[in-house]
Ligand binder design. Structure first.
Ligand SMILES: *[C@@H]1O[C@H](CO)[C@@H](O)[C@H](O)[C@H]1NC(C)=O
Ligand SMILES: *[C@@H]1O[C@H](CO)[C@@H](O)[C@H](O)[C@H]1NC(C)=O
Ligand SMILES: *[C@@H]1O[C@H](CO)[C@@H](O)[C@H](O)[C@H]1NC(C)=O
Ligand SMILES: *[C@@H]1O[C@H](CO)[C@@H](O)[C@H](O)[C@H]1NC(C)=O
Ligand SMILES: *[C@@H]1O[C@H](CO)[C@@H](O)[C@H](O)[C@H]1NC(C)=O
Ligand SMILES: *[C@@H]1O[C@H](CO)[C@@H](O)[C@H](O)[C@H]1NC(C)=O
Ligand SMILES: *[C@@H]1O[C@H](CO)[C@@H](O)[C@H](O)[C@H]1NC(C)=O
Ligand SMILES: *[C@@H]1O[C@H](CO)[C@@H](O)[C@H](O)[C@H]1NC(C)=O
Ligand SMILES: *[C@@H]1O[C@H](CO)[C@@H](O)[C@H](O)[C@H]1NC(C)=O
Ligand SMILES: *[C@@H]1O[C@H](CO)[C@@H](O)[C@H](O)[C@H]1NC(C)=O
Ligand SMILES: *[C@@H]1O[C@H](CO)[C@@H](O)[C@H](O)[C@H]1NC(C)=O
Length: 731
């Protein structure tokens, strides 16, 4: 069983406090996820669980959760012997140890083209009537971002609870529940992450929001009139059984959208808790929006790959919080920091590269507290490298504790040109890899190197934006190569949103954790505008209307400032106003996933675990992944016989634009792949009319294997452009 290591490159600041919640005799027990026969009747489940747990001392205390929606089964604290004893009993299907899951403004609505006074934001009612369920580290309900002035009461269907012990919910936060298995825990956020993500999705307008005076302006989430339902699933860690229980409850409570800024690395779709929970939610019409992960820029680094999930990568916005390094030779390098103390005078100070500080510790370049030679940094500017599992803020704390005057954070090669404006504790500047090399060269070549940092404040208008963030996880899709992931990019770098510290009510943090709630907010606006659209229709609208160029009208770039791969961008960068009026949609009904899952060659039992009912794939039939009516394409060619040199897929598009409209296809084929579409014109005469087209991908014999290639096809009418990216994997 593949327990994969936690995502270590979490870019969000996570300061969890250790909470031990097991008595000493239970220390050897661990939480297992147990699947039972999905044909068991709901009324028999209690007895079934009791019988499966009958060899334990106190089955009531051992049972952590019994699940109703995500799958048929339960979570319980057990010893390996007890699990073994269970395996032979009737009704038992499988058991495995639960996994840990990692947690993966405001100017961003503006950057997304949302205008407070006019246009789609206003006509969407800012998400009125929609309930966004946020699974995270809880929430600080007193924060002004969650005041409920002028908010309507929750919709009648709402059935959720409120478990604060110091306050009640309101018309903004309509529910708040705890699933952390920590006794006495409340939904109060002790970390900050959950407060930040909830406010990015649906925070109210709050004037004068800033971080240390920077990025000053009105903070607001994407859907400020939407309701929030909070599910606290993370304490010090996030555990699988808790996440499953929260998704299970959210389905019953009546949320419209689920926002999960967390995930593990890739598992098979039947073995991934978020995939299972999301399928059940999707079946009930709930759209599930998840972070793509912070494990980029490596290939195959995605979380949350299921086709029923909206998988969100992260990119920059056009705002920088400038901190400029000036060297003794007058060279300057623009970097970023959110902490810009007015009393720091930009005078030249001795400059030292951390590598020179401790000959016995090669990890010294990451500026860990333990290995810094403190006698050597007093009054100096210290150069530290990002990474090494030490957060950027903690590097600064180490330098400050040693008496250092300032810090220059330099990137590793893979992080390229990504700079982050963190809330540092000392004067600092985060600069690119290339600039870091220049600074190191200067230090090498200079007898007494000096440097300083000068603060430039908030600068808006970076025409390169959006740039894909280095950390944003990349495809190809590991669990289902024939489905292109991530689906979409949203703002996830230097995002200002609500925070839990009284002295710092807003914070600026980065991660796909931040881009996911932006898309959850956009989905709320679309749901509120088009209540009849399915989750797949909302996804399709978001994907086919995405921007593929930056503000300067060049192709969206990655952290190297090179045109980004479709495995980094997916369909592109979200454009909410265009998504509201996509022209055509690629719809998918929940039952369409059955032949798709059979086609992944899962066993009947594995497909049954996802669907929660008995499935016989020989009866249901199988389709290829590419046959799913997905709004993007990922085609593989290899010398394997199973991947034919020519593959034809059928797509069905539904007209949601004007009744009478005519579309013509435009194709830009990936290098080495021929793309033919039949027919090349689609003439609609009615709203909601469906038409089909066939697309044939053929590998040209001249193309070598071992490459990724990309192109697109789009359907253009006089009013709409419906674009689907094509990723080609020549294996
Ligand atoms: C609420 O619960 C927390 C955690 O158990 C506890 O520390 C706190 O005292 C409780 N507050 C009230 C008002 O009961
Ligand atoms: C932020 O902007 C508001 C409104 O323009 C202004 O009143 C306030 O002084 C500003 N705060 C800071 C810290 O710049
Ligand atoms: C991802 O794979 C492509 C194609 O094999 C390769 O060109 C690229 O360098 C890889 N990217 C990384 C970050 O490894
Ligand atoms: C840096 O600029 C200052 C002021 O313009 C000048 O006096 C000094 O000579 C320059 N130093 C170098 C190394 O170019
Ligand atoms: C150098 O690093 C080692 C290992 O981290 C540490 O034990 C030692 O104290 C450091 N030396 C100084 C002078 O700080
Ligand atoms: C620590 O720095 C001081 C001052 O430069 C130096 O004398 C000492 O040798 C350094 N110690 C180590 C272990 O590098
Ligand atoms: C600086 O000098 C060190 C030691 O000679 C060398 O290893 C390193 O590559 C140099 N770095 C740069 C950027 O020139
Ligand atoms: C960063 O962007 C510059 C262009 O401004 C480019 O020359 C450089 O190579 C990039 N750095 C990295 C590490 O890719
Ligand atoms: C499933 O098995 C069939 C038959 O062996 C094969 O052609 C197909 O490529 C497999 N599908 C996947 C997704 O591995
Ligand atoms: C599945 O259906 C096929 C064809 O109807 C049948 O032969 C087979 O026995 C069924 N398998 C199961 C497990 O029911
Ligand atoms: C697509 O191809 C299939 C199989 O060749 C054919 O039956 C169908 O008519 C085609 N559909 C369209 C719209 O061309």
């Amino acid at each position: 069983m593949g327990y994969k290591s936690l995502i270590t490159l979490m870019l969000c600041m996570l300061n969890f406090h250790m909470i031990i919640h097991a008595t000493s005799d239970e220390i050897s027990l661990e939480t297992y996820i147990i699947h039972v026969d999905h044909e068991a009747k709901p009324e028999d489940l209690d007895n079934l669980y009791k019988s499966l747990l009958s060899t334990t001392d106190d089955h009531r205390r051992r049972l952590a959760y019994s699940y109703r929606n995500v799958f048929r089964g339960f979570a319980a604290r057990l010893s390996p012997e007890e699990v073994k004893a269970m395996e032979t009993k009737p009704g038992f299907v499988s058991a495995r140890l639960q996994r840990k899951i990692s947690l993966h403004t405001t100017h961003s609505p503006n950057f997304l083209g949302l205008n407070r006074i006019t246009g789609f934001w206003q006509s969407s009612g800012y998400g009125r009537g929609i309930i966004i369920g946020v699974l995270d580290s809880g929430i600080l309900p007193e924060h002004p971002s969650f005041n409920d002035e002028g908010m309507p009461p929750p919709p009648a269907k709402w059935k959720g609870g409120c478990e604060f012990n110091h306050t009640s919910c309101n018309n903004k936060i309509i529910g708040a529940r705890v699933f952390t298995s920590t006794s006495g825990d409340t939904p109060l956020d002790e970390d900050g992450h959950g407060t930040h993500t909830a406010s990015a999705a649906a925070g109210r307008f709050v004037g004068g929001a800033n971080v240390f005076g920077n990025a000053n302006g009105t903070a607001v989430g994407i859907a400020p009139m939407a309701h929030l339902a909070i599910y606290k699933v993370c304490g010090e860690f996030c555990f699988e059984s808790d996440v499953l229980a929260a998704m299970d409850a959210a389905v019953d409570d009546g949320v419209d959208i689920l926002s999960l800024s967390l995930g593990s690395l890739s598992f098979s779709l039947h073995d991934d808790p978020i995939s299972l929970g999301a399928y059940s939610a999707t079946e009930k019409g709930i759209l599930v929006s998840c972070s793509a992960g912070n494990s980029g820029p490596s290939n195959f680094s995605l979380s949350n790959e299921a086709p029923w999930i909206l998988t969100v990568g992260a990119s920059t916005i056009d705002r920088k919080i400038r901190a400029t390094v000036a060297l003794g030779n007058n060279a300057t390098f623009d970097g970023e920091s959110a902490f810009q103390p007015a009393d720091f005078l930009p005078t030249q100070l001795p400059l030292v590269y951390a590598v020179a500080l401790n000959a016995t510790d090669s990890r010294i370049r990451f500026c860990g507290e333990a290995s810094l030679n403190k006698t050597d940094i007093r009054g100096k500017v210290v150069v530290c490298e990002v990474g090494g599992s030490i957060t950027r803020i903690n590097k600064g704390i180490a330098v400050k504790n040693g008496g250092g005057a300032a810090m220059i954070l330099i990137n590793t090669a893979s992080y390229g040109n990504l700079t982050l404006a963190d809330a540092h504790v000392l004067p600092a500047a985060h600069v690119s890899y290339a600039d870091g090399l220049r600074i190191k060269t200067y230090i090498n070549a200079t007898a007494a190197p000096t440097a300083t940092v000068a603060f430039g404040g908030t600068v808006i208008g970076d025409s390169r934006a959006p740039v894909v963030a280095a950390f944003s996880s990349r495809g190809p899709n590991f669990a289902s190569r024939g489905i292109l992931k991530p689906d979409i990019l949203g703002p996830g770098v230097n995002i200002l949103a609500a925070w839990i510290t009284p002295s710092m009510p807003f914070n600026m943090i980065s991660g796909t954790s931040m881009s996911c709630p932006h898309l959850s907010g956009v989905a709320a606006l679309l749901r509120s505008t088009h209540p009849d659209w399915s989750p797949a229709a909302v996804k399709s609208a978001i994907m086919t209307t995405a921007d593929v160029v930056n503000l300067a009208k060049n192709p969206i770039e990655d952290e190297r400032f090179l045109p980004a791969s479709v495995f980094a961008t997916g369909s592109g960068h979200v454009n909410p106003s265009r998504a509201a009026d996509p022209g055509l949609i690629y719809d998918i009904q929940p039952e369409d996933y059955i032949p798709y899952l059979c086609g992944l060659n899962y066993t009947n039992r594995q497909v049954g675990v996802i669907l929660q009912r008995k499935v016989n794939c020989s009866v249901e039939g199988s389709i290829r992944e590419g046959d799913l009516n997905y709004p993007s394409f990922a085609v593989s060619f290899s010398s394997l016989a199973s991947e034919a040199a020519s593959q034809t897929y059928t797509r069905t598009v539904t007209n949601v634009g004007e009744a009478s409209s005519s579309y013509a296809v435009k194709i830009v084929a990936p290098a080495g792949i021929q793309v033919l579409v039949e027919p090349t014109k689609l003439d609609f005469s009615e709203v909601n009319q469906k038409l089909q087209y066939n697309v044939t991908f053929s590998r040209l014999n001249t193309t070598p294997f071992g490459y990724y290639v990309q192109g697109y096809l789009k359907w253009d009418s006089s009013k709409h452009s419906v674009r689907s990216p094509i990723a080609g994997i020549l294996r």
